[in-house]
Design a protein around this ligand. Structure first.
Ligand SMILES: Cc1cc2nc3c(=O)[nH]c(=O)nc-3n(C[C@H](O)[C@H](O)[C@H](O)COP(=O)(O)O)c2cc1C
Length: 185
């Protein structure tokens, strides 16, 4: 069984990115699962707080990453870049820096995103790249999923209703899981 951990970069109840991950849970290939994690409860990064210990919510998410075969980020785009709450969560997950190798090093990450605009998180996905490089992940580039005009892609209950996006998501997940199952080098 291939286990993927999905992390939504939005706290919004009606989040398109969380909805995209929910849709992904039912479109995963056979013998693969997607568990969706939240960044809710992660405090603003503060070195003084860190000096008292890494918050439990951060440690739990770190261990969920370590236990997964791959990590799928669903990122919104704010002002043509990464939303602060999502970057803040990853910044916490990168602490202490002595743990970066264990949590991120060589780990296969994938990035997708949804936005109501016409460009579907193109720039925020690009903004993640130097972060991924710094953390030493092995980011998968075999597919791209930028869901644009997301307001028409999900229904009012947050279910994916666009057949073309559904097919694209399915192919994206199949490609990513295939990558996760590649024979070790
Ligand atoms: C501060 C802020 C900046 C935004 N900037 C962008 C942007 O640069 N590009 C874009 O496509 N959408 C932008 N949006 C709209 C978001 O894509 C939209 O709020 C989206 O629903 C957020 O993702 P979510 O549905 O997962 O919460 C912005 C929204 C906010 C609140």
């Amino acid at each position: 069984m291939t286990k993927v951990l999905g992390i939504s970069g939005s706290l919004r109840r009606g989040s398109y990115n969380s909805a995209l991950l929910r849709a992904a849970t039912r479109l995963m290939p056979e013998d693969a699962t997607l568990e969706v994690a939240s960044i809710r409860g992660i405090p603003l990064y503060d070195g003084d707080v860190e000096a008292q210990g890494i918050p439990a919510v951060v440690n739990q998410l770190k261990e969920a990453i370590v236990a997964a075969d791959g990590v799928l980020l669903a990122t919104p785009e704010y002002n043509n870049s990464i939303p602060g709450v999502f970057k803040n969560a990853i910044d916490w997950l990168s602490r202490p820096s002595s743990d970066i190798k264990r949590v991120f090093g060589g780990r296969p990450f994938a990035i997708m995103g949804a936005s109501p605009g016409n460009f579907g998180t193109t720039l925020s996905q690009a903004a993640w790249l130097p972060v991924m490089r710094t953390l030493g992940t092995q980011t998968w580039f075999g597919g791209r999923l930028m869901v644009s005009r997301a307001g028409g892609v999900f229904d009012e209950g947050g279910s994916l209703k666009d057949a073309a996006v559904e097919e694209h998501l399915k192919q994206f997940l199949a490609g990513y899981v295939n990558f996760l199952r590649r024979p070790a080098a």
